[in-house]
Design a protein around this ligand. Structure first.
Ligand code: 5RP
Length: 288
């Protein structure tokens, strides 16, 4: 993997992809368009028991500066596209919000740019990725291309669309592509020339569903996950993150990982609800 890359890029990618070729990325960048979304109201608090179990953290430059200690020794993937909010008609009107130089100053391992293929601002977001690939190349900084769906594209989490969008991201030079798991996912992987990580999407009903998603994704060719809400919105975030890791890095079955998760659902790993949560909060956090 990444044979084409120079030493600097390989070094940075090794902070995201472990020696076994797999990646457990914790996505907490949602606030860039969702604000203080449910479960991530206080990022430092939400992630403190999760960090030991992940390879890297995907987040915004603001939260990196305020909520992550400078001795955090794992991968850092910085959100580099944005400019939208859930309050907009849709969330695809993004521009580049971070230069590669600024990302390097923050000691990032990679930057992440979303493309909303086929949405109103499709061209602009595809150009965002192309421009960031060129900018990042000056520093041997890897780029994560994210095939995002907004309000209009919500139903596009299916094979044909995700194959197209993922391949576009790879063709434009993304070193890793983040997309969604779907029926027929192995074809999405087979037709994408870059390695793929999958997002978790809105919170699933059970831990078994989350582990099945991880298990199916890696067994159909993904190198791992870049997962957010299904971890930090869950009742026992530090339990489910260890189950995810057991599947991705430990090659454990869903049954084995679920037993582990269940054994870890204790008071120490329980998420404290810090604020009143309304139906509107839940609705907004399920927007993509
Ligand atoms: C937002 C993102 C998120 O990081 C991504 O959706 C992953 O988080 P989740 O598992 O909650 O879907 O890229 O555009």
């Amino acid at each position: 993997m990444f044979e084409y890359a120079g030493w600097g890029k390989k070094r940075r990618l090794s902070q995201i992809v472990a020696p076994d070729g797999r990646a457990v990325m914790l996505a907490i960048d949602h606030g860039y368009f969702m604000g203080a979304t449910h479960g991530m109201e206080k990022p430092a608090e939400a992630i403190k028991n999760l960090l030991p179990h992940v390879d890297s953290l995907m987040l915004t430059p603001g939260v990196l500066r305020t909520d992550v200690r400078t001795d955090f020794g794992k991968g850092i993937v910085l959100r580099a596209s944005g400019g939208n909010t859930v309050l907009d008609k849709d969330i695809d009107n993004e521009e580049i919000i971070l230069t590669a130089e600024e990302a390097v100053k923050l000691n990032a391992s990679a930057v992440a740019v979303s493309i909303f293929v086929g949405a109103e601002y499709s061209h602009q977001t595809i150009m965002n990725l192309a421009e960031m690939v060129n900018d990042a190349s000056r520093f041997d900084l890897p780029v994560l291309g994210v095939t995002a769906v907004g309000k209009a594209l919500k139903d596009k989490k299916e094979k044909r669309y995700l194959t197209h969008a993922s391949r576009l991201a790879a063709e434009l030079g993304a070193d890793i592509v983040k997309t969604y798991y779907c029926d027929g996912f192995s074809e999405v992987v087979a037709k994408c020339t870059a390695p793929i990580v999958v997002a978790g999407g809105p919170k699933l009903d059970t831990y078994e569903d989350v582990l099945n998603l991880c298990y199916n994704a890696v067994n159909e060719g993904a190198i791992g996950v870049d997962m957010g809400r299904n971890i930090w919105q869950s009742d026992y975030p530090a339990a489910i993150v260890q189950g995810v890791k057991a599947v991705i890095h430990g090659n454990e079955s869903v049954k084995q990982a679920l037993e582990l998760v269940n054994s870890l659902c204790n008071d120490e790993n329980k998420r404290r609800e810090l604020f009143e949560v309304t139906n509107k909060d839940i609705e907004e956090s399920n927007i993509h």
